[in-house]
Design a protein around this ligand. Structure first.
Ligand code: GRF
Length: 182
């Protein structure tokens, strides 16, 4: 039985999808962690029997002190892996050098690293777009690529594009995790 913790900040659709799809594969989501006390995902996790620990970044003086707190919370959970799913924080080496973590990003890395990747990918003149699961390192969205999925975006409007991105995320994140942990 592998143990993971999922970190998120908002809606939590990847969080919900991971809890649902990983459970039958004997991967235990031991807890979720959010930096946002009002995150929608808290209720979703609760409905699936997963407790969320709120680690509100606004209560810490700087990134390093916050990351130190996160590291200690995660270490106490004794997990095999931290899984970032829409966790909207830039992480310092305090975190990245001590915690083994993976992330999902809504673009075909190394293109469109960082914020607003989905919007920038949509606006580009590329004919394809996609999503990437990657290892977390100090450089934002710069870690080793674990899995990607792409699609043709040429004739999609923004709503259809966004829906396709999320569908791809929900398809590949559980698969990538299962492969990564096996
Ligand atoms: C996803 O698009 C993910 O790639 C990005 O943030 C979004 C989170 O969505 N990092 P959700 O909270 O999982 O619904």
């Amino acid at each position: 039985m592998k143990r993971i913790v999922i970190l998120f900040s908002g809606r939590g659709s990847n969080l919900e999808n991971l809890i649902r799809k990983l459970h039958p594969h004997k991967i235990e989501v031991v807890a979720a962690i959010t930096n946002k006390p009002q995150a929608e995902g808290i209720e979703k996790a609760k409905n699936l029997g997963v407790e969320t620990i709120v680690a509100d970044h606004t209560r810490f003086p700087d990134r390093e002190t916050y990351d130190k707190h996160l590291v200690s919370v995660i270490q106490d959970l004794k997990v095999d892996l931290a899984v970032l799913a829409g966790f909207m924080r830039i992480l310092t080496p305090v975190f990245t050098e001590q915690i083994k973590a993976i992330n999902i990003h809504p673009s075909l890395l190394p293109l469109f690293k960082g914020a607003n990747a989905l919007e920038r990918s949509f606006a580009s003149d590329m004919k394809v777009a996609g999503v990437t699961v990657h290892e977390v390192v100090t450089e934002v969205d710069g870690g080793k690529i674990i899995k990607q999925k792409c699609f043709e975006k040429e004739h999609l409007d923004f709503a259809a594009f966004e829906a396709k991105i999320h569908a791809c995320e929900h398809e590949i994140y559980p698969e990538a995790l299962l492969e990564y942990l096996s």
